[in-house]
Design a protein around this ligand. Structure first.
Ligand code: NAP
Length: 495
């Protein structure tokens, strides 16, 4: 099982100690990043390991290798020699710098050398060869860290790790595409993964150690663990890990759910077994392409033309695609109508993207007379023509149509979502107050559009309800087990 190392990037030893104590329950060792410390701290570096009850790696990362140290090779050597008077267990030595005095000191004091190369721009073509040649002695641990540019790089780096002859090594994929190497080091044959808890991530893609342990079940993961995850780009913000991982824990399943930032879904699906992936959520922008790539799918996927769930059939050796967005969307709506004795005859869907396709499908199937309003009117037209329903751009005609289809207004655009540069997709639409308004954006739960609807007196349904319902159904497809998020999860767990 891989160990979790906390990189300490504060400016003083005292601050680092504070950070370490706070995160002590989640980690196995720590790395003192000297390059982030104020120079006044240098004379006391050797005292640091004595104050800590776990192994410490001593690291002075040079600027060229992604660190903050800009001094000469001589200064590099001086600082490390002075630090290594203390009882450090490991020192991370930059393979590009020749430091015979430090090597001698390490031999004398039984300090293990981590011989590292950091490729801050890309995974080099000769990455396997670089890793092979890194250690200069039998006791040295080679470390290869590379910025990954996409899905192919992720699999290439993991294969380099798995095919290497070293029994102990550290393999890290930096950047968003490298996150799976940090969460699943076992599939790269890496003995260590790094985390940062301070304000400055020690390297791109570092995660918080508490999150890695509590949410991503880092300490339980072995090669037997079933891996689930979400493919999309970007995807690190996804709330789905907060649904599935606590579900696995409650059901006592040896499984984990992680984000897989993906720029090539076809490549990912072909080789996902190399990370023991058994099931996937699919999000923007791959929902439609995944539905095309996977041949086996249910009726909803065929009709909607997009999927948000994939399960791997071990026996048949193939993926199966489902769409739980459509049923997840309908569940809260049906519950509301039952509870309030409301009947929806006519509805307006704002947006014509992937989510809108599932929403329109669900409403048409439920015999609601639907119209589609979208910023880009020909996209609205294309979707509407599939069902023979009304459509318009966001203009006078659209306002008239929406007024006439206002039992239910569904907001399916990404406007209002955290990070979006637009708050309200359709400020010209004035609520009458008698609409039921269903927002499917879930970060934030109350978008400016929804707040405007509430102020006008409308009843509202929020996107987190849909997220939870589609998540419950997805969990069932992944595991065959039922989850009741509303009853079983606390608010803190989900947000
Ligand atoms: P998508 O395929 O990229 O479609 C985006 C839609 O938003 C398009 O219709 C686009 O219009 C419209 N849009 C974007 N910016 C706009 C703006 N500034 N003003 C007006 N319209 C704008 O995305 P998607 O997959 O449909 O996802 C949309 C949202 O639904 C996301 O926030 C996603 O997180 C959310 N979602 C929630 C759930 C849930 O479980 N609650 C499930 C799925 C999706 P154009 O055609 O003119 O570009």
């Amino acid at each position: 099982m891989a160990q979790l190392c906390l990189s300490l990037t504060e400016n003083t030893l005292a601050e680092n100690l504070k950070l370490l104590r706070k995160n002590r329950p989640y980690i196995d060792c720590c790395e003192l990043r000297i390059d982030y410390l104020h120079e006044e701290e240098y004379p006391s570096l050797y005292t640091f390991p004595e104050q800590v009850d776990l192994p410490v790696v001593c690291t002075l990362r040079r600027y060229e290798e992604g660190g903050a140290f800009k001094g000469s090779a001589r200064r590099y050597s001086e600082i490390l020699l002075s630090a290594l008077r203390g009882p450090f267990q490991f020192v991370d030595l930059d393979a590009k710098v020749s430091v015979p005095e430090i090597e001698a000191q390490c031999t004398g004091k039984n300090i293990t050398i981590i011989r590292s190369r950091h490729f801050v721009l890309e995974l080099p073509a000769n990455g396997a060869d670089v890793l092979e040649k890194l250690p200069r002695g039998a006791r040295e641990i080679p470390k290869l860290a590379c910025q990954l540019q996409g899905t192919e790089d992720l699999f290439r780096l993991a294969r380099i790790g798995r095919n290497s002859r070293h029994t102990k090594q550290i393999i890290i994929g930096m950047g968003a595409f490298g996150v799976p190497t940090r969460l699943l080091p076992v599939w790269c044959n890496s003995m260590l993964s790094y985390a940062t808890a301070g304000p400055v991530p020690a390297a791109p893609g570092h995660l918080d150690p508490r999150k890695m342990t509590e949410t991503f079940r880092f300490k339980q993961i072995t090669k037997n663990t079933d891996v689930f995850g979400i493919i999309g780009n970007p995807v690190l913000h996804s709330r789905s890990p907060y649904i599935h991982n606590p579900g696995f824990a409650r059901q006592k399943l040896d499984a984990v759910y992680i984000p897989f930032p993906t720029d090539d879904p076809q490549f990912f699906l072909r080789y996902a077994g190399e990370f023991n992936v058994k099931g996937l959520s699919v999000t923007v922008p791959h929902k439609e392409s995944a539905a095309r790539i996977v041949e086996l799918h249910d009726e909803a996927v065929r009709d909607i033309g997009s999927c948000n769930t994939l399960t791997w059939d071990d026996k048949e050796g193939e993926w199966k695609a489902y769409n739980t967005d459509y049923s997840g969307f309908m569940a809260p709506l049906k519950a509301f109508c039952r509870e309030h004795g409301k009947r929806i005859s006519k509805g307006t869907v704002i947006g014509a993207g992937g989510a809108a396709r599932a929403v329109v499908y669900a409403l048409v199937k439920a015999k609601v007379e639907v119209c589609i309003i979208n910023r880009t009117s020909d996209k609205a037209q294309r979707l509407a023509e599939q069902y023979g329903i009304f459509w318009s751009g966001m203009n006078e005609e659209g306002l008239r149509l929406a007024q006439d289809h206002r039992d239910l207004i569904v907001q399916t655009t990404s406007a209002g979502m955290k990070g979006s540069d637009c708050d309200d997709p359709w400020p010209d639409y004035r609520f009458s107050g008698d609409e039921l308004v269903y927002e499917i954006v879930y970060t934030p739960v109350y978008t400016p559009f929804l707040i405007r609807a509430q102020k006008a007196g409308c009843s509202v349904l929020t996107g987190d309800m849909m997220l939870q319902k589609q998540g419950e159904e997805q969990f069932f497809l992944f595991t065959g087990k039922q989850l009741n998020i509303e009853e079983e999860y606390s608010k803190e767990e989900l947000l």
